[in-house]
Ligand binder design. Structure first.
Ligand code: AMP
Length: 147
């Protein structure tokens, strides 16, 4: 197996994530690698109507996104405590999962991305849509942990 040094684990907070992080932690220990966690909060909408009412809706959505980011930070921190991953290696970002996971992997110069084969949304598929999208276009190895 490749000697991994920087591992990025994508987490959607589904129950099965436990198995995904466990597998990543085991690879990190074997390789003496650094572990990073990422959770991506998706924007509520990409377009807003214009005018006063539109501006108000946009403001409300902004607040909801802010509290979603903060809640995700808290939830990720719990995972961090459990697996002894420092705050500096916990990443919560706003955007689209595939794009942000790829972007973070590049930023960290990760050599392995670990994801679940299925998450909250992809249970009926052979490979979930996020897992599939991350696999395509990744510039490093991707491990899809079967869940
Ligand atoms: P899916 O393909 O959406 O069923 O999810 C498969 C896997 O992609 C999950 O087990 C996670 O590892 C990852 N994933 C899905 N959504 C997110 C998200 N919002 N943030 C980070 N990782 C995610």
């Amino acid at each position: 197996m490749e000697d991994y040094k920087q591992i990025l684990v994508a987490i959607d907070f589904a129950e099965e994530c436990e198995k995904v992080v466990k597998q990543a932690a085991s690879i990190a220990t074997t390789n003496d690698a650094e572990l990073n966690l990422i959770h991506v909060v998706q924007p509520l909408a990409s377009t807003y109507s214009t005018g006063l009412a539109g501006g108000f809706v946009a403001l409300q959505e902004n607040d909801i996104e802010k509290s979603a980011l903060s809640a995700a930070q808290d939830e990720l921190a719990q995972v961090g405590v459990k697996w002894n991953i420092p705050l500096s290696n916990q990443h919560v970002v706003l955007g689209y999962p595939k794009d942000e996971i790829h972007r973070m992997a590049k930023e960290l110069d990760a050599d392995l991305i670990v994801i679940g084969s299925h998450g909250k949304r992809g249970v009926r598929l052979l490979l979930g849509s996020t897992a599939n999208a991350v696999l395509h276009g990744a510039t490093c190895d991707v491990l899809a942990v079967r869940v």
